[in-house]
Ligand binder design. Structure first.
Ligand code: HEC
Length: 256
């Protein structure tokens, strides 16, 4: 009797042992996986997170004053702002002759004096510059300002507020820095084009606007003085690329 009992129990006992091995192995495998500690789990802070470590509670440190990102120095004030550098840090020019603003019949903001705008181009005037300016002008400005700058662009003809013409004495006498400023910061009803038109292209467009003004006033004595290098300083109207009259009307569907 007892023998038979023993033989019956034996296989049960073996199964139990195997179960224990299985459980142990699973536990071991799990514990090994749990210990994984890889580079993706670094003990580091994410940007803008809180931290108890620094007294100001921020994980990120403030940049030392005057820090400039690489390539963002923009030391050349004339080129990047179109404004005169204020000598000794005082806005002497601006204070001496504050600009007065009046609105014309169509509600445009007309200003006749631009005391802090630079008068000379901060880039050399070349044919490439003017050609580039023509291309950019046709993309970004012509639909409002019209092919020669008379403020009769296609969307103005369809009802958009009419900009003032470039071809009157006020804007002929306006310094180049003013045009750069208008593109960069917008002007009255006109938006800023800084995000679409990079700085160098803004100067190219201003150069093209000047050639348009000269083309519409061929007997005037306008010049395009540049403060930068070259024998092209004080480029005369006669030295500019010739075809600045009425450009061909752009074809629909855009073959140009
Ligand atoms: C969507 C139409 C539109 C586009 C595009 C546009 N402008 Fe204008 N612009 C205007 C209007 C409207 C005014 C008049 C704004 C006012 O005086 O309130 C104006 C005014 C100006 C003035 C005259 C500032 C003054 O002293 O009176 C200049 C210069 C000028 N724009 C240059 C540009 C240039 C350069 C571009 C292309 C980069 C451009 N604009 C693109 C609508 C436009």
């Amino acid at each position: 009797m007892s023998m038979s009992k023993f033989t019956v129990q034996s296989p049960r006992f073996k199964v139990g042992k195997r179960m224990i091995y299985c459980v142990l192995l699973t536990a071991f495998s799990l514990s090994v996986v749990g210990c994984r500690y890889d580079m993706q789990d670094q003990p580091r802070y994410k940007a803008h997170k809180k931290s108890d470590f620094f007294s100001d509670g921020k994980a990120m440190r403030d940049l030392p004053e005057g820090t400039v990102a690489r390539g963002k120095l923009r030391e050349d004030k004339d080129f990047y702002t179109g404004k005169k550098q204020n000598v000794g840090g005082t806005a002497a020019a601006t204070a001496a002759a504050p600009a007065t603003t009046v609105a014309d019949g169509s509600g445009n903001t007309l200003v006749a004096s631009f005391p802090d705008a630079i008068e000379e181009f901060p880039v050399p005037i070349t044919e490439e510059l003017v050609n580039r300016g023509e291309e950019r002008y046709r993309i970004f400005c012509m639909m409002c300002h019209g092919p020669v700058g008379n403020g009769d662009g296609m969307i103005v003809r369809r009802g958009f507020p009419k900009p003032p013409t470039y071809n009157d004495d006020r804007l002929r006498n306006a310094p180049v820095g003013h045009f750069f400023d208008v593109i960069t910061n917008g002007w009255g009803k006109m938006n800023s084009y800084a995000s679409q038109v990079p700085v160098a292209d803004r100067w190219a467009i201003v150069a093209y606007i000047r050639t348009l003004q000269i083309s519409q006033n061929p007997n005037g004595n306008m010049t395009m003085p540049s403060s930068r290098e070259t024998n092209t300083t004080n480029t005369n109207a006669s030295e500019l690329p010739k075809p600045v009259g009425l450009p061909n009307s752009p074809t629909q569907g855009g073959t140009r």
